[in-house]
Write a protein that binds this ligand. Structure first.
Ligand code: HEC
Ligand code: HEC
Length: 256
């Protein structure tokens, strides 16, 4: 009798413990990437994707003129200058890890940290950070859009090292599944070999295949959120594994 009761209470308690555990990379539920996924309302997903394109290039997404100065918080030792130093990604990285991520060296190194610790942070706290002395964005970005950025930071970002091998840059995805999705969605604009849109001005060429191979973190961010200033779709309502599968497929496309 006693052991039966014990068994039952263990069976009851175990799922409760599992539900209370923090999100663990690797043991990921496809429908719950740090709070986003199939269970999120359309309204929430839209706010996150809007925040994601603002993170990419807020002045482009808002249709504003690019800032002419270098951001006061951008370190003088950094190699970038002018408008690009105002992009969130320039200081905090496409992988949201700043100097601890893919920008730990090279021409985009700034020494500034990432935004990973702000996952699940209260939206008001994030908005206050964006209005602080370091960022000074209160005058430049309307409140509603700052809120969208906060939604992205609290619920849209993720640990890209779970999905992309840092050293080889290879996506940990199933390219065959990615092909099915790419050929029925992305290919309408980008072409079946990804070469219909050239991101550079000829004679220079840069296609999806080029970007996905060179900068998989940027590609994953953009395919999940969309591209600022153009009517490109976002994949956010799909499972995260689908995002990574599409990334894996784009890494098989021609680079020139
Ligand atoms: C010119 C560089 C720069 C740009 C551009 C920039 N930030 Fe920051 N950000 C910082 C610095 C510096 C800090 C505080 C110290 C640190 O994290 O190294 C910070 C901190 C943060 C934090 C708090 C991180 C934490 O763990 O406490 C968030 C969230 C954040 N930034 C979001 C953004 C967003 C969103 C944008 C774009 C709208 C943006 N930042 C643009 C430099 C920048
Ligand atoms: C409705 C058309 C459309 C669809 C659908 C579309 N895109 Fe795009 N995409 C664009 C346009 C337009 C650009 C911007 C081109 C430019 O800036 O020169 C772009 C840019 C990109 C970029 C940015 C490259 C860079 O370095 O700036 C990536 C990555 C990308 N698309 C991936 C995808 C993927 C993956 C899909 C499918 C999930 C997709 N796109 C679906 C139109 C589309």
């Amino acid at each position: 009798m006693k052991s039966e009761l014990l068994k039952r209470s263990v069976l009851f308690v175990l799922p409760c413990i599992a539900a209370a555990l923090p999100w663990v990379p690797g043991s990921l539920q496809a429908h719950d990437v740090e709070g986003v996924g199939k269970l999120s309302s359309a309204e929430h997903l839209v706010a996150i994707t809007r925040g994601g394109v603002l993170y990419d290039k807020w002045y482009g997404a808002l249709g504003k003129e690019a800032p002419k100065t270098t951001h006061p918080a951008y370190p003088s030792a950094g190699k970038q200058k002018g408008a690009s130093t105002w992009r969130c990604k320039e200081c905090h990285g496409w992988d949201y890890k700043g100097a601890r991520g893919a920008y730990h060296k090279g021409s985009h190194y700034s020494g500034i940290g990432g935004i990973r610790n702000m996952t699940h942070a209260p939206l008001d706290t994030i908005v206050a950070t964006l209005k602080d002395k370091t960022h000074g964005l209160g005058e430049l970005i309307p409140n509603k859009e700052l809120m969208n950025l906060a939604h992205f930071i609290a619920h849209g970002q993720l640990d890209m090292d779970v999905y992309i091998d840092r050293a080889s840059k290879k996506a940990k995805g199933d390219a065959a599944n990615g092909e099915r999705i790419f050929q029925t969605t992305c290919a309408r604009c980008h072409g079946s070999d990804g070469k219909l849109i050239n991101f550079k001005s000829p004679p220079k060429v840069e296609y999806i295949g080029t970007v996905a191979t060179k900068n998989p973190w940027e590609t994953l961010h953009k395919l999940r959120m969309g591209q600022p200033g153009v009517p490109m779709m976002s994949m956010l309502a799909f499972d995260i594994q689908d995002h990574v599968d599409v990334l894996a497929y784009t890494q098989t496309l021609p680079v020139k």
